[in-house]
Ligand binder design. Sequence first.
Ligand SMILES: *Cc1c(COP(=O)(O)O)cnc(C)c1O
Length: 355
Amino acid sequence: MSRFFSPKYKNLKAYVPGEQPKDMKYIKLNTNESPFPPPQSVRDAIKDAADLLELYPDPTLSLLRAAASRIYDVAEDEVIFSNGSDEVLDYAFAAFCDENTPAVFPDISYGFYPVFANVNCVPSRVIPLKDDFTIDITEYFDAKGTIFIANPNAPTGIALPVADIEKILDANRDNVVVIDEAYVDFGAESAVPLIKKYDNLLVVQTVSKSRSMAGARLGFAFGCRELIRDLDTVRNSRNPYNVNRLTMAAGIASFEAETERMLSCLKIVSNREYTEKALSELGFEMTDSSANFIFVRHPKVSGEKLYLELRKCGILVRHFSVPRISDYNRITIGDMDQMKCLVDACREIIAEETK
Ligand SMILES: *Cc1c(COP(=O)(O)O)cnc(C)c1O
């Protein structure tokens, strides 16, 4: 730290993304990327957009908002785009939290929420999940802060029914409720239609997972037009060109390729079911995942040991050293070949460790 770093950041601990090592070729099951490339139409759109790189992109992103409005059945001023959904989440912490309005979120959830609270200098109130890692919705009633809930949750994959989200919304008419739907396309129900009914609801989505575009950095959020306007004020005060020309073109093409997205999600769900069954047969226990990852532990092998042994086999998964979940690993669902390699490696590791 230099002597010039603001004291307000003295205790700031930055978010640590999943590793992207270069020492060898790994089967990457650690950052919830898609194993499938985006549709050809997306790649073609980026090539075409590259012809105009000398010009700034449209700061109002009007074509992108029009495309999203068609697909998600919202008005064009009920959606905002960002450089990955991480950016719009950051804007929400900036816009809807302050010293008297803490950020309220579960203890086991997306690791970026506490970091966004810290970097925006707002307090947080952390609510533990129940022993089975589900959310006790009554703990969020009258939260006296801005609620952030990932649905499905990460890293557990557990989904909250939209009926429960609606109960939280009803019990928080004077608080903003942010539902982070990064994984919703893999089997949970979306809360987007509820933005018409609740002026306190913001729903965040991303092209990083179900649309195979983690490298493009594009996220978006839906809410009533006043909420979206607030976020847009923050965006225009920080970085009005937050979505570049290539990414905007890729986003429009992706919204025009709904069939491909659905087929790719169906493949992931079917590979998830295969992997859950195969790992259960090896004695693994897991949460009920509605996401493109599973959250597993083995009664005989520690989470860290499994992580390290899989790494030696060239397979990367995500292990969190947080005490409450240190027995677990989060494993991204890849293609069938990758899942078969994973299951074979797990079988050998379990046999070795339990003999
Ligand atoms: C991956 C993820 C995001 C953000 O992804 P971006 O790549 O920034 O769009 C947001 N929330 C959760 C829970 C995630 O897992």
